[in-house]
Every structure is written in C-alpha cells, then in structure tokens.
Ligand binder design. Sequence first.
Ligand code: AMP
Length: 381
Amino acid sequence: MPVNGNDFESIKSFVVTNRIDMVVVGPEEPLVKGIHDFFLADNALKNIPVIGPQKAGAELEGSKDFAKQFMIRHNIPTAAYSTFTIETLTDGIAFIKTLNPPYVLKADGLAAGKGVVICKTLAEAEKELTDMLVGQKFGNASAMVVIEEFLDGIELSAFAITNGKEYLVLPEAKDYKRIGEGDTGPNTGGMGSVSPVPFADREFMQKVEDRIIRPTVKGLQKDGIPYQGFLFFGLMNIKGDPFVIEYNVRLGDPETESVLPRINNDLIEIFQATANGNLSAIKLETDERTAACVMIVSGGYPGNYVKGKEISGIKEVTKSHIFHAGTVTENNKTVSSGGRVLAVTSLASDLKTAVNQSNESALLLNFEDSYFRRDIGIDLM
Ligand code: AMP
C-alpha cells in the first residue's frame, strides 16, 4: 500500500500495523516538516529509530540562509554571500553590482531542486531577483533569496552518516545533471553518476574531512542541534581546495546508486550503530572497484514526457544492478511512470569498463522514446 511521505498520521498507522523496527527517511520534505520530531513526540513511535535528522538539523537543507550562516559561524569554506527579502530588494540589486558575473541566486527554501538560478548578465540577475522576491517565483521558498559569489571549479559530492558525535565518511561521487551529452541542455534530477572520483585523491578527501565534515558535525554539537542520519556535501573543488555549495540531509540521487553498491558492510548494521550511538565500532568496508550509474529517462524529460510505456529487457540484464526510479507494475508488466525511469549501475576494475557495461545494459532496456546519456564519466577518463 503506497503511503505519502508527508502524511505523518498514515505513516504512523503503517508503522504500527506492520510493526516496523526502523524508519529510514529518503526525501528531504518530510525531514524539513519534522517527521523525526513527530516520532519522538508520539508514545507509540518514540522508541523506533529514525535515520534522518530532526527539524532543526534538516534546516541545513530546508533553508539556504540557515546553511550559509551555519558555515560562516563554524568556519566551513563556502562562497561569500548575502541574503535579501522584499524589504531589502534595492540592497540586493546593489549587492549584485559588487559581484562579478555569473551571478548565483538561490531561493532560501525547498523548491524541488529548481531554486538555484545562475544569471550571465547583471540585467538578468536583477530581473531574477525581482521575480523571486516580488513575483514569488518559487512561492514562499523565495521570500528570502541568497545571492552568492560564483565558484569556478569541478563539482563532486561527499557523504557521511552521523549520530551527531561520531561519523563515518562514505565513498564520494560525481553526478551528471544536464540532459545532454557533453553537459549541455537543461538541468535534470540527475542523468548518471560515478564513484570513486579520480581527482578526489586521498589528500583532497582528507581536506574534505578536516575542513568540512568534522567541522559540520562539531558545529551541530556546538549549536545544540541533534543529528542522526546522512549528510550530503555538494562540493566545488577549486584548485585542490574544497568549498561547500550545499548541504542535503539525506543521500542524493543518482549518487546513491553508485555509492551504496561500493559499501560492503550491512547497511542495517550501520543504521543500528548510528541509532545506538556506537558508530565508531563500525569499520567501513569499501569495494575498490569503480561504480558507474546511467539513468534511463522518458523522451522529452525534463520537459513534457509521456508515461505508461511498457519496458522490455529487464530480465536480460545480468551484469548490472537495476534500480527502479519511475516504474509501476500493471497487468504483470513493468511500465514507466515518471521522467527518470531506471538507473543502471555496473562495477568494474576501471571507470571505462564500468561505464561501457552500464551502457550495454541500458541498451537492453527498451521502451518507446527512452533516452540515456552515453558519456557518463567520460570527462574523468
Ligand atoms: P544547489 O541546488 O545549491 O546544489 O545548486 C544547484 C547547482 O548550481 C549546483 O550543483 C552547482 O552546479 C550550481 N551552483 C550553486 N551554487 C554555486 C556557486 N556558488 N557557484 C557556482 N555554481 C553554483
């Protein structure tokens, strides 16, 4: 029975009826709305561990302004910024004029991944700021807008799981957001990912841990914010130094599809250790191979697309993992039900072999007008 993740009462009855022992929260919205707090406040639910922060910690993703203040307060490297509201629109425009193009404008609240706009010209940026603040382009999410310095570098994502005191650094990943090959065209929810990231060598990842991951966990402690769950760090590598672009308070997709296959530990044991406060007893066992994930999407995505197309070839894929993203079963057939339909992940001793394997498997998976990028990871080879 499908349960809406934002309908806490329905989740409660599902959890109680099915005697669920642990809840791992995937999406950000229930966390920002306080599902973990809801569990803690309910006598029937309070002893069921929830992996995912309470509302206060989820603000790291729920409010860009909160995240920026947090990073500045705890000396975590990030782009210089200022935050504006409708009352300070003219100051905002004056601030934009002090920056060099391109200009980065971010709706403060959750905007389904669409709230970041990068403007090439001053005129565009002024219009965008006005649309966000006055025109409420992203509704209440753009009642506050963060304007920040543009960071020029290569992006990657780092991950950790923490109980607020101890943390475990998970494998890093790089994702591919644009629809078109060669990173062209509009942004999507993600067209593929790879892990590990060749340029994120030991020295770089040590900087990430020392300058970003540990200070984040310590910062949460200093601020008295409990935190039990994943931390995702959207990073920019600028000449070998990491800067934080954004926090997520969960695992990101499609990075998860190349990060989790590289973890050999039992995930449930990691979750239990997180909830029981003995995360340091866990030694992460990583698969040294490279994982490459390719996302198969509906034709037209991220614009208009048609759903309900029958998918063939699933049983023929034997050398890759298939993750169902937007599929449903109808009359014993698997049909598409979203823009991003299937994620295909392969593990191999090198990146090229892993990508080729995923592409080969993706070619076996067919539905009308399906599309996938054949160049995932090529920039890293
Ligand atoms: P976010 O939703 O914060 O991850 O932003 C979406 C995308 O916008 C990021 O993945 C980056 O590609 C880009 N971006 C965000 N902030 C900056 C920045 N300060 N400088 C350069 N690119 C940025």
